[in-house]
Design a protein around this ligand. Structure first.
Ligand code: HEM
Length: 402
């Protein structure tokens, strides 16, 4: 038994502690764990690969309607996003919404996005090289989603950066650096209101002058002749913006930190860029930026002999499942040539990340640009992490050229 009780709600564990050690203990000793919270409630935490995958695959017993982030946005059962926004809907609504959102990630859009990302990223990397280093998390990583957003929303770089700042407040609403003097819940609400205003304005413009961007596609979407209503359009545009803005930049910074810490694997990739395909997947497994997602039980269930009543919150820890030795040989070792690699960094089954192709594109472009320039880094200062147990984020990553 550990000498202290593991608390997955303790943000210090994620800022300055070692959540991987906590997950290893949980996988081995308490794979179906009741994590009590300070308010008197709590949630169940599943940390083994097999259990996490099984729950993902059974949306009728484990619902997404109450949202997928603990205490964050869209957790209330009465929230209007429930059933309207992809990530917090269940079949059959989910399938209908998903087919419309999925269309926006087609080949022409990805090609356009790739062009923007490469341009923004190339210029930023050239500046970093000229300066001899910088803060990778601030100077480079945000350019990945900025390029994607510019293409998907048909907006300019400045608007893309503004949207990025707002979604960052939503995800980092428990971190003082992102919310300033506001209390966390005020900051969350204020950011949501501002994003909705921005998206509503975009929706008005696209209704008058349709383009080939995501919002125009959602306006034109029809199911049996019926259009999406205004809140469905706004919520799903928001879902793409939030889903895409935080995960990839934090993943990019985590990858750079990982490679700095494992120069052997980094040299292997530089010596053989043909490894890039398997390397990108292994880096997604290793970094697992989206640490967990939530589900709510719709009926009484039993997992590994533990009875769980209907209406309880379950957290599925992707980051832990991806280090489960029963699913991955030498799970605690980074192996850029790993294959097969059935990681769950993007989730599994019907809700599996609809932006996965975009994330792959962004991270592949980043790695290509680093390899093409022969760029390797050294740490030039302390790494600062986001106060969040949901997003394994790096806020500051000072680097110099190695
Ligand atoms: C490394 C990058 C990324 C990671 C680790 C990641 C992770 C995830 C995970 C774990 C889910 C499943 C949620 C669940 O089952 O409840 C998900 C869903 C989703 N992601 Fe991502 N994501 C990434 C990038 C992106 C990007 C680039 C976009 C959009 C541009 C995006 C948009 C979405 C959306 C809209 C959903 C909801 C899908 C659904 O419910 O059907 N994500 N993502």
């Amino acid at each position: 038994m550990p000498t202290t009780v593991i608390d997955l709600d303790d943000l210090d564990l994620f800022v300055s502690g070692d959540p991987y050690a906590a997950w290893t203990w949980l996988r081995e000793n308490a794979p179906v764990y009741w994590n009590a919270t300070s308010g008197g409630g709590g949630y169940w935490a599943l940390t083994r690969y097999e259990d996490v995958v099984e729950v993902y695959r059974d949306p009728s017993s484990y619902s997404s309607r109450n949202g997928t982030v603990l205490g964050g946005s869209y957790r209330s059962a009465t929230d209007t996003a429930s059933g309207q926004m992809l990530i917090c809907s269940d079949p059959p609504e989910h399938r209908l919404l998903r087919q419309h959102v999925h269309k926006a990630f087609g080949a022409p859009m990805m090609e356009r996005a790739g062009g923007f990302v490469r341009r923004y990223l190339g210029a930023a990397l050239d500046r970093l090289v000229a300066d001899g280093g910088g803060d990778f998390a601030v100077d480079i990583a945000p350019l990945l989603p900025a390029g994607l957003l510019a293409a998907m929303f048909g907006i300019g770089r400045d608007d893309a950066m503004r949207l990025l700042g707002l979604t960052r407040t939503m995800i980092g609403y428990r971190d003082g650096e992102y919310v300033g003097a506001n209390t966390s819940s005020m900051a969350l609400v204020a950011a949501q209101v501002e994003i909705f205003d921005l998206l509503a304005d975009l929706l008005d413009r696209r209704r008058q002058e349709p383009g080939d961007d995501l919002v125009s596609m959602l306006v034109a979407a029809r199911t049996n002749g019926r259009a999406l209503n205004e809140s469905q359009i706004l919520y799903n545009a928001l879902n793409v913006a939030v889903g895409g803005n935080e995960t990839t930049p934090f993943t990019a910074s985590a990858i750079v930190e990982t490679l700095i810490g494992d120069p052997g694997q980094e040299s292997r990739l530089h010596a053989d860029p043909g490894l890039l395909g398997t390397a990108v997947d292994e880096l997604f497994r290793w970094t697992s930026t989206n640490a967990y997602v939530c589900r709510t039980t719709t009926r009484d269930v039993t997992i590994r002999g533990v009875p769980i009543p209907a209406g309880e919150t379950l957290t599925l820890w992707n980051a832990s499942a991806n280090r489960d030795a029963e699913a991955f040989p030498h799970a605690d070792r980074l192996d850029l040539g790993r294959t097969p690699n059935h990681h769950v960094a993007f989730g599994v089954a019907n809700h599996r990340c609809v932006g996965m192709s975009a994330a792959r594109l962004e991270i592949t472009l980043l790695m290509e640009e680093l390899l093409a320039r022969g760029l390797r880094f050294r740490l030039a200062g302390p790494v600062e992490r986001l106060a969040s147990n949901f997003m394994l984020g790096i806020k500051h990553l000072p680097v110099e050229l190695a």
